[in-house]
Design a binder for this molecule. Structure first.
Ligand code: ATP
Ligand code: MG
Length: 677
């Protein structure tokens, strides 16, 4: 069609062009901003336009929802939306589609639910509580118990990402402890606990007809490795497989890609080992470095010209990454000028820092910089809170990128639980949903009643919902009538012909008294109602209930892909692959970043490299003298930036209020004492 203007290769450099047009296995290993993603997109377009592959026979994968959305829109611009490939998305999204096609490979039934990280932790918690009640485990206090749950849940996911199956868990974990030379007794115990609980955890998921995040890719991959017919069935669906950010794939993800691409060998991957930042989640940078060992006929192509950033930004990034000796040496230059030096800004505390950034963003917006061209990046999610407050105060529109918080809000989970319950009240899979909403608003279902219902459900082998129906039929009284009305409502909505999910959720929250409960709750309730309203709007985009649940579980974008007119806030991890005209990096403090908790300090350095290279024209770095009542100070990365590439920024100097000076003096003495002088 005439809408397709170019062959996808127009405007590329010769090296990019060569990579995009190359058949077979190709790895582009190149620094930030050299056009890897652009080349990958050109490769997709070239495969469709020049090589005649059908769009739906191309599989392209990336890591974050945001990056996937970005890739989709770049392809749609080149090809037109009607020819955009169907299989562009995150690993989770692809795995989800594959598992939904054949749920039985994971021992699941159609209509299974995807549980998010919080659900996973709840299952681990229940298993640990059982162990405690049975006297197998000693009593922990609340906080220790919470941490234990989290550490076990994370490790179970890591075992899965290492392709360790439940039945192999105990033996394999001993191997893992030995091969990683783990020495910390707490760490070793946590691994052993995880290995011991993993089979029960998996059985519980299966029984509840649920898949966790890692299951989405684990079972398709395991099955492709075990069952050649199954593998060929899937591999034959694609003519080409492409992956962005390949430095961050873990073993599971790589084996999945390889199983799909092995027959035709059309595997196009791009990445930058200097940006490998997911080692803590099992990413294995050796996979990109050794790519040609797996695909000996493949080609490795380097790109050296950075098209994104100014000279000063690149000089800063290059200086910081130079300290990571593990990376492959790569040349990176830019033909654009040096640009503005990086602004280094210091503040007394995090409140001033947040106010300062908000004020500066306001100034730049007044000078005509569009909001969406500005981004604020931080090392940890919790750092966003205070910045958000100041942006709200200054009436600066912003968006949290890759934010799953919306879906984790209690009110959203409650509303979705109501919907889930109405969809399959007779399945034990809905028991969690039942527990969640049955007593909201209060219907006299306390812990004791619930325990009775659980027992009845077990005896009769029915769902909790069904057990409640059975027991309420025999009871009378006010509470029983209230419960009965609720059960009848859920049944009737479930059986209604109304296809609109939004209408169904609306009826459930209104007629069950759930919305009224929030209406009666003042300010807090108002926020909940606004969220509910937003959910009803969002649900209009869906006709299949599972799609809405999956969308929620995978923490997909709340809004569409329009994010114009908003400042972007995200973690450095979430910023991978993205770029912004103006970047604000906050909290570059020795006590915060590099994180001492990370055993791989080079990874912290690579994070700094990722952060700096997001900027196109201006990068500001800020740090505080105090954070959370404790003394802080500029981190070492700031020192490493060459003097000519940086200058003191737009903030006032650290304010000299007497309290601050005194506390700082005290802290200096403390520091000296700590050094042992
Ligand atoms: P990262 O490592 O951060 O993911 P990347 O290597 O994927 O970066 P891209 O995002 O593809 O880099 O490109 C960076 C910027 O350079 C984009 O704005 C892109 O449009 C631009 N760019 C890439 N190649 C060219 C080119 N040949 N001519 C002009 N601009 C280019
Ligand atoms: Mg990229």
């Amino acid at each position: 069609s005439p809408a397709v203007a170019d062959d996808g290769l127009a405007g590329l450099t010769p090296a990019q062009r060569e990579a995009a047009g190359q058949a077979g296995a190709v790895v582009v290993l190149a620094g930030a901003g050299t056009g890897k993603t652009r080349t990958l997109v050109a490769g997709i377009v070239d495969r469709i336009v020049r090589r005649g592959m059908a769009p739906h026979r191309i599989l392209a994968v990336t890591f974050t929802n945001k990056a996937a959305a970005e890739m989709k829109s770049r392809i749609a611009t080149a090809l037109g939306a009607e020819r955009a490939p169907y299989w562009v998305g995150t690993f989770h999204a692809h795995g989800r589609r594959q598992l939904r096609t054949d749920p039985d490979i994971a021992g699941l039934r159609p209509g299974f639910d995807i549980c998010d990280a919080e659900d996973s932790r709840r299952i681990v918690r229940r298993l640990l509580e059982k162990a405690r009640d049975a006297g197998i485990m000693e009593d922990d206090d609340g906080e220790t118990f919470r941490r234990r749950v989290k550490s076990i849940a994370t490790r179970i996911a890591m075992l899965k990402e290492d392709m360790i199956l439940p039945e192999q868990a105990i033996i394999s974990t001993e191997g893992l402890i030995a091969s990683r030379k783990l020495a910390d007794p707490d760490d070793i115990m946590a691994w052993r606990d995880a290995a011991a609980l993993y089979p029960a955890y998996q059985a519980m998921l299966r029984e509840a007809n649920m898949a966790d995040f890692t299951d989405l890719l684990l079972w398709p991959t395991v099955t492709m490795l075990r069952d050649e017919t199954y593998r060929q069935d899937w591999a034959a669906r694609f003519d080409a497989v492409l992956a962005d950010e390949f430095q961050d794939v873990n073993r599971l993800q790589f084996l999945w890609l390889r199983a799909l691409a092995r027959d035709h060998g059309e595997l196009f991957v791009v990445g930058d080992d200097a940006q490998s930042i997911y080692g803590w989640r099992g990413a294995n940078v050796a996979i990109i470095r050794n790519f040609l060992r797996e695909f000996p006929d493949g080609r490795m192509i380097a790109l050296e010209e950075n098209f994104r950033s100014t000279g000063h930004i690149l000089a800063a990034a290059n200086a910081v990454i130079a300290g990571d000796s593990s990376r492959l040496e790569k040349t990176l230059y830019t033909a654009s000028g040096e640009g503005a030096p990086l602004e280094i800004v210091s503040w007394t505390g995090s409140l001033e820092e947040a106010q300062g950034i908000a004020a500066e963003i306001g100034r730049r917006a007044a000078e005509g910089v569009p909001y969406e061209e500005m981004a604020i990046l931080y090392r940890y999610n919790f750092l966003s809170r205070i910045v958000e407050e100041q942006l709200l105060r200054s009436k600066i529109p912003y968006e949290l990128v890759n934010d799953t918080a919306f879906w984790q809000r209690a009110v959203i989970r409650d509303a979705l639980a109501l919907l889930r319950l109405s969809c399959c009240p007779d399945e034990r899979q809905s028991d969690d949903a039942f527990r969640r909403v049955v007593n909201q608003p209060a219907r006299g279902i306390g812990a004791k009643t619930l325990a009775r219902l659980e027992q009845l459900a077990d005896e009769e082998a029915v769902s909790l919902f069904r057990a409640a129906e059975m027991s309420v039929a025999r009871a009378n009284g006010k509470a029983a009538r209230r419960l009965q009305a609720f059960l009848a409502l859920v049944r009737s909505v479930g059986q209604s012909e109304d296809p609109s999910l939004s209408e169904r959720i609306g009826r459930l929250v209104e007629e069950s008294g759930y919305a009224d409960m929030h209406r009666a709750a003042g300010e807090e309730g108002r926020a909940a109602l606004e969220n509910l309203h937003e959910l009803l709007e969002l649900a209009r985009d869906f006709t299949v209930v599972e799609d809405l649940f999956d969308h929620a579980a995978l923490g997909s974008a709340k809004h569409g892909e329009d994010a114009l007119g908003r400042v972007k806030l995200m973690t450095i991890h979430g910023s991978k692959g993205l770029e912004f005209g103006h970047v604000f990096l906050l909290g570059w403090e020795d006590t915060l970043f590099p994180s001492r908790a990370n055993p791989d300090q080079d990874e912290e350095r690579r994070l700094a490299y990722v952060a700096l290279t997001r900027g196109r024209r201006r990068v500001a770095i800020s740090w505080c003298a105090w954070r959370n009542g404790r003394p802080a100070g500029a981190n070492s990365f700031i020192d490493e930036i060459p003097a000519q590439a940086k200058r003191d920024g737009w903030a006032r100097e650290v304010r000299r209020n007497p309290r601050f000076v005194k506390r700082q003096a005290g802290s200096l003495a403390d520091q000296i004492a700590a050094m042992g002088f």
